[in-house]
Design a protein around this ligand. Sequence first.
Ligand SMILES: *Cc1c(COP(=O)(O)O)cnc(C)c1O
Length: 385
Amino acid sequence: MRSIYLDYAATTPTDMSVIEKMMPYMSEKFGNPLSFHSRGQEAQKAIEKARRDIALIIGADPGEIIFTSGGTESNNFAIKGIAYQNKNRGDHIITSSIEHHAVLRTCRFLEGQGFRVTYLPVDRHGIVDPDLLKKAITDKTILISVMHANNEIGTIEPVEEIGKIATERGICFHTDAVQTFGHIPGNVDKLGVDILSASAHKFYGPKGAGFIYIRKGTEVTSFMHGGEQERGRRASTHNVPGIIGTGKAAVIARDLMGEETAKLTRLRDRLIEGISNSIENSELNGHPSLRLSNNVNISVQSAGGESMLLNLDLEGISCSTGSACSSSALEPSHVLLALGQSRKKAAESVRFSLGRSTEERDIDTVLDILPGIVRRIRSAAGCSR
Ligand SMILES: *Cc1c(COP(=O)(O)O)cnc(C)c1O
């Protein structure tokens, strides 16, 4: 049985050539980039090369890139950093109700610290309405944080429009681009963002590595205090292999982007159409066209997401219900609830996220197997549909 991995939105395998590039920085090139000797300078040079490569991809200056431990840290850095930096100017943050927990729970934490947060609703496809955003802005608003694309339903948000509003009003705009960096183009000027978060393990780089882009002139309070790394903005000895891997993975992702998007879009649409043709009362979650090329999130009436996931797993197919973080708890996905779905419906969904190794035959295997699984679950539940 060929095992079929369709959970690339949760994490991706590290590309072999990324691993090869990282390896020497764990052995012979192990120097600390802050050391003045040549071993240290060798590592220092390599991280500056990774920084330039990444900056070029998003249209930034190298000095605007700070390496972090990934998406969660970058989101915490952005939101807490802007909140504390501007606490004398204002106390209001605007975000959306479908953000990743790394944003939502950071905002909740700040509410406990005296900040006020507006969680914008989304329409039934998961789109944030820029007009509602405009109306939510007050003279105390210090930050707008809206994700580039949603990790559960794949909806791509109108970030450029939001960026224009933020720029007009002089409000800092952060976007969680963890699902889009390396997958769709994201020039920071075109998007109109001041801060952007990305994570290497979502684009075939190593886990525990990523970066944050902070526009020149945007002051952000640091919360990692210690050494002089990253010009004092993020202390802690550099994760040199991780940084090298992040840079290499970013370059590969940029080079493959066009071809990969075309392939994944075709496979995605084949899976969506196949499921809709073979499973009655199933429905695509998220936006029909403004969606990531690798995301298929489906609600299947009277078939629990957990049951579908476990049965697919027995057949060697890995997928997810909602997000990986919420699937350990039996809480329905906050994203599906925000689309206006009932708790029951929100618990009846699976997410397939496709990636670099996905082939047509994998999609066909899912289409062979899933209808039978759904039939068995429905009949076990005494439902004949
Ligand atoms: C995975 C993910 C994160 C968290 O990134 P880590 O590097 O795993 O901490 C944040 N936001 C989104 C949208 C994600 O998909």
